[in-house]
Write a protein that binds this ligand. Structure first.
Ligand code: HAM
Length: 415
């Protein structure tokens, strides 16, 4: 027996209302904030992610689905969306458009992680990127959009954590302080390597022993240069003006190397970073790192599976999807032919219609109409077929009347 690969899931019809709801709200929010849609390939050259997400990150070191294609190219199923959007920004000369260029995506993402509740090997993100403007008000708008998105969905009890991790000018002093702090402490093997190669990643090690030492580690906010300090202060002023309730979490660094200055996460109030439903930040060096001109950017992404998990936990009702309006029940060969024609006319009139294919008793067909929540059953028995009429039954009122097929199509198209 084949099964869906570990860490992936089939999204069955009963789950579809959640998915369509979240995607619908995402598209509405993107429109409200002026973000246009972008779709990029599911796979990219592996080097794109190595250069942007960073060679020392867990994502690149342990979690990428990388394969050699038949032409010998090394390809990776995208483990995040930002690098692809930035690649597209450069490739399509978007620097010549009014800046910032604001783009959103709804896309499957692949990471070879250890599956658990809310953690998958294939998950789906709603993400947005504002590329080409370094002003802190852009960061504030992106954070406001993320917050507004979760609130519009109906999620409650969320907390917004922000931090600034500085820029290439001030980060070296912070990294030096981190090295000094960590080098005397017992570290896991991975952190031994991080200490030499990618010091900031010491702060997001998942090993419990290492984690316990992170709380007292030197903080980036204490090492910011004047420019980064002013940017962070301005961001906080904007967030206050927008009425967003944020906390500064000086330990927040996020697991991707491309961030500069602002980083933020939105988490369910009772839980920690493991259950983060959305996060993002500024990446002013990323476009240059992957071959473009120096261009600032800021964005965020959220996992749809985690949103749905929280919608269910918080019992948030989601709108049902439209069901077929009509169940067409027929008995006898003549009625079957008429039913096929009538179904076709109803559908061409925009009225959702389903019917039985193989012969069944009228009773079992009406039962089906009930389970499928159809508003009407239209019955063509042998007698109706002979007289060229149909019986229209209102399933809820349990009332019925005889009507011609032409009248039926006209009446239901109007309702
Ligand atoms: P990220 O924090 O790695 O950021 O992922 C964004 C969101 O995707 C997370 O907050 C979480 O909700 C969801 N997520 C991540 N991994 C999984 C998983 N294995 N299973 C289920 N959900 C998951 C990024 O990917 C950045 N590209 C965000 C960004 C956009 N930064 C700037 N622009």
């Amino acid at each position: 027996m084949f099964q869906a690969p570990r860490g992936t899931q089939d999204i069955l019809p009963e789950e579809q209302p959640y998915w369509r709801y979240v995607e619908g709200v995402a598209k509405d929010i993107a429109r409200l904030y002026g973000f246009g849609g972008i779709e990029t390939p599911v796979f990219e050259e592996a080097g794109l992610f190595v250069r942007s997400v960073g060679a020392g990150t867990d994502i690149v070191e342990k979690e990428m689905y990388t394969f050699t294609d038949l032409g010998g190219g090394e390809m990776t199923l995208r483990p995040e969306g930002t690098a692809s959007v930035c690649r597209a920004y450069i490739e399509h000369g978007m620097a010549s458009l009014p800046q910032p260029v604001k783009l959103y995506y709804l896309a499957p993402i692949f990471r070879y992680e250890r599956p658990q509740a809310g953690r998958f090997r294939e998950h789906h993100q709603f993400g947005c990127e504002a590329i080409g403007d370094a002003d802190p008000s852009v960061d504030a708008e992106v954070i406001d959009m993320a917050w507004h998105f979760f609130k519009t969905l109906g999620l409650k009890n969320l907390k917004l954590q922000i931090n600034s991790i500085g820029c290439p000018e001030c980060r070296p002093t912070h990294l030096a302080a981190l090295r000094e702090y960590f080098q005397t402490l017992p570290l896991c093997t991975d952190c031994g390597v991080r200490l030499k190669k990618n010091t900031l990643r010491l702060l997001d090690c998942k090993n419990p022993a290492c984690r316990s030492q992170v709380g007292s580690a030197p903080r980036s906010v204490d090492h910011l240069c004047t420019g980064c300090s002013a940017h962070f202060a301005a961001l906080q002023t904007h967030l206050k003006q927008l009425g967003l309730p944020f906390n500064i979490d000086a330990g927040l660094v996020r697991g991707l190397d491309y961030y500069t200055r602002t980083v933020f996460e939105i988490q369910p109030e009772q839980e920690g970073g493991q259950s983060t439903i959305g996060g993002g930040g500024r990446y002013d060096g990323l476009i240059e790192q992957i071959g473009g001109k120096p261009t600032p950017g800021v964005g965020f992404a959220t996992g749809i599976e985690r949103i749905i998990l929280n919608l269910k936990r918080q019992n948030v009702p989601v709108p049902p999807l439209p069901q077929p309006k009509v169940f067409l029940a027929w008995v006898g060969e003549e009625a079957r032919t008429r039913a096929i024609h009538l179904a076709s006319s109803l559908r061409r009139g925009g009225i959702g219609t389903v019917s039985a294919f193989s012969p069944r008793s009228l009773k079992s067909q009406l039962r089906l109409a009930n389970t499928q929540n159809c508003t009407y059953a239209v019955i063509i028995g042998e007698d109706e077929a002979a007289r060229g009429v149909v019986t229209l039954r209102d399933m809820q009122a349990a009332s019925q009347e005889e009507i011609t097929p032409e009248e039926l199509v006209a009446r239901l198209s109007r309702s």
